[in-house]
Design a protein around this ligand. Structure first.
Ligand SMILES: *Cc1c(COP(=O)(O)O)cnc(C)c1O
Length: 369
């Protein structure tokens, strides 16, 4: 690992063409909106530099969570604007933002004070965040007009984008969604901002009945769909032909036959009902394969789905290949990817695809294909 050589075949293949394809599809679906490519958390685990390379031509700006993630992109030579979704955590970051064209979200009084009292060599573009009901970050709608005016009057501030975030994105029937839309429209009217607005993420963009009536003048902030995963939303008819970007692969490293009644793995969780052929695969929870996966979680091997059997170990899993012909040591198993949507594994593990993607650990090499 340290010298860049990997003997173990376990890897996450990253499909660059799929990234570009997805970014183009998002652009088409976004109508006239600008696209903010969300590549926080190492590009949702795909490798931020590969991701940025593949999508740079198809997005209008990047977004990351905090400044360190943005500086990694600047060091790699990317010049698109970068939005910091959590804003600056200290005033010392502001001159760096001004220098590197990083655009902080302003969601909190200390962030506003820091901007108003700094002396910056050039004005910052900022994103003013409104708390329309998510209650995580942002200004109360009643404070927004005042904060907007203070920012507008400050020589440190250039363009201002108004933004908010859905708590139930893609669920246009949810009462809170309607309330959030109404509050957001009201602050836009109050501040007279008609372009440079941003409320939709992946699910909101793709939900069949759009959460926002028009996206003119908007920025859409898309993460998950870039990586080829359709958001889980109650608005079902998402038909956009996304292509999964990550294919998580690991080899079979052992095979054994066990008798009916024998058990497999820690805690003897799984017991064979018949004479069974068990394959051991070189991936475990230390690689980010979720330990919570129950017996029966699918993996994809030699063209078919076969079930996980037994508790996930740190470095290995065991699968039941009794019904397959000719499995051999060295055969490659797809844990998720084009043949097995990551969402299905997430569902089995009681989590969401976002978590599985960004938790693929650093010992799994990302291999661009
Ligand atoms: C991560 C994030 C997004 C991207 O959401 P997806 O569901 O991955 O499209 C958008 N907006 C904010 C504020 C985020 O933190």
């Amino acid at each position: 690992m340290g010298n860049g050589i990997h003997f173990r075949a376990t890897r996450a293949e990253i499909d660059r063409d799929a990234l570009a394809h997805n970014a183009q599809l998002i652009r088409e679906n976004a109508a006239g909106a600008k696209v903010l490519g969300v590549i926080k958390a190492d590009g949702y685990g795909h490798g931020v530099i590969s991701t940025a390379n593949a999508i740079a031509a198809h997005v209008d700006a990047f977004a990351v969570a905090f400044i360190d993630e943005a500086l990694q992109l600047r060091e790699a030579g990317f010049s698109l604007p970068i939005v910091l979704l959590e804003g600056c955590l200290s005033a010392a970051e502001l001159p760096i933002c001004a220098h590197h064209n990083l655009q902080p979200v302003v969601h909190e009084p200390s962030q506003l004070d820091a901007i108003l009292t700094s002396r910056l060599v050039r004005p910052l573009a900022v994103w003013l965040k409104v708390d329309t009901g998510m209650h995580r970050l942002g200004w109360h709608p009643q404070e927004v007009a005042r904060v907007y005016r203070e920012l507008e009057a400050c020589p440190n501030v250039g363009a201002i984008t108004l933004m908010s975030h859905y708590a139930n994105s893609g669920d246009s029937e949810h009462p809170l969604t309607q309330q959030q839309n109404d509050l957001f429209s009201a602050v836009c009217a109050e501040t007279a901002v008609t372009e440079s607005l941003s409320i939709a993420n992946s699910a909101a963009l793709l939900s069949s009945s759009k959460d926002f009536s028009t996206l003119d003048g908007h920025w859409v902030r898309t993460g998950l769909t870039l990586y080829g995963v359709a958001p889980r939303t109650p608005d079902r008819n998402i038909t956009i032909p996304l292509r999964p970007v990550m294919r998580l692969v690991a080899p079979v490293i052992a095979l054994r036959e066990i008798s009916a009644g024998e058990t497999v793995g820690y805690g003897s969780r799984w017991q064979a009902k018949r004479k069974s052929l068990i394959a051991t695969v070189a991936i475990g929870y230390a690689d980010g394969y979720p330990r919570h996966c129950p017996d029966g979680t699918p993996v994809y091997l030699n063209g078919v789905e076969v079930p996980l059997v037994g508790t996930v170990s740190m470095d290995m899993i065991t699968i039941d290949v009794t019904d397959l012909d000719a499995v051999q040591v060295g055969d490659e198993v797809e844990l998720w990817g084009p043949n097995l949507p990551v969402d299905r594994i997430a569902e089995a593990a009681g989590t969401i695809s976002y978590e599985l993607l960004c938790r693929v650990s650093s010992r799994v090499p990302r291999v661009e294909i």
